[in-house]
Design a protein around this ligand. Structure first.
Ligand code: FE
Length: 220
């Protein structure tokens, strides 16, 4: 009798599993037109969970196992329009991430260099961008922040991939760069799926975040 009940129970479990709606998580498929490995859309999208406070640049590179490739400085970083959404006096910070912020995590790293390819410590960088829905925060400083390069002329920015907005359907991050004692260069950074010559971030999909490399070359 007990054996019979056991068989009936196993049968009912099997039947109920077979009737349950199947939940399948399918990552977005890579298409032939998707650049590989430099894809702007990694196979994940998430909300941000903050695990540790942002570290000093040197500690951050060590912690993340990031080493910058030797820079090649062929041309100066070209200027582009500031656009209508710049706000001055942003907070000084390396991370624009906020707990629960939706979006694909992006870590942007690189050097600020002069025309002779010498790295520039203490160069000022100011970043601003849209959120994952393509909206700018024009009343506060969300997704806005400035920082200075370290003693080796390196910067890092933790953020998310910006979304598209209707009037400007190309993924971009705005930036101002100023070498110590020099002139401000205002520009924008783009991504491999919608590249812009000389202003395209080289990306690497690291699984749970996208790593982007970009070196700024400015006149000193
Ligand atoms: Fe913009």
């Amino acid at each position: 009798m007990r054996k019979m009940l056991g068989l009936l129970l196993a049968f009912s479990i099997l039947t109920s599993c077979a009737n349950s709606p199947e939940i399948t998580v399918t990552p977005p498929a890579l298409t032939a037109s998707t650049p590989e490995p430099d894809s702007v859309t990694p196979a994940f999208s998430d909300t941000v969970t903050l695990t540790a406070p942002p570290a000093a640049t040197d500690d951050f590179f060590t912690q993340m196992g990031i080493s910058l490739p030797a820079p090649i400085c062929t041309t100066l970083t070209q200027s582009q329009t500031e656009g209508p959404y710049y706000i001055p006096d942003t907070p000084e910070r390396h991370s624009l991430l906020e707990e629960g912020m939706p979006g694909t995590r992006l870590i942007l790293v690189g050097y600020v260099l002069d025309q002779n390819c010498q790295s520039l410590p203490n160069a000022w960088l100011d970043f601003w961008q849209a959120d994952s829905n393509g909206e700018y925060d024009n009343t506060d400083y969300s997704l806005r922040g400035h920082q200075f390069t370290d003693s080796q002329g390196r910067y890092y920015l933790e953020t998310i991939l910006p979304g598209l907005y209707a009037s400007r359907p190309i993924v971009h991050i705005h930036v101002k760069v100023r070498p110590e004692g020099g002139e401000v260069v205002t520009s924008q950074l783009y991504f491999p799926a919608q590249p812009m010559e000389g202003l395209t971030v080289q990306t690497e999909d690291k699984g749970d975040y996208l790593l982007g490399y970009f070196n700024f070359v400015v006149q000193r």
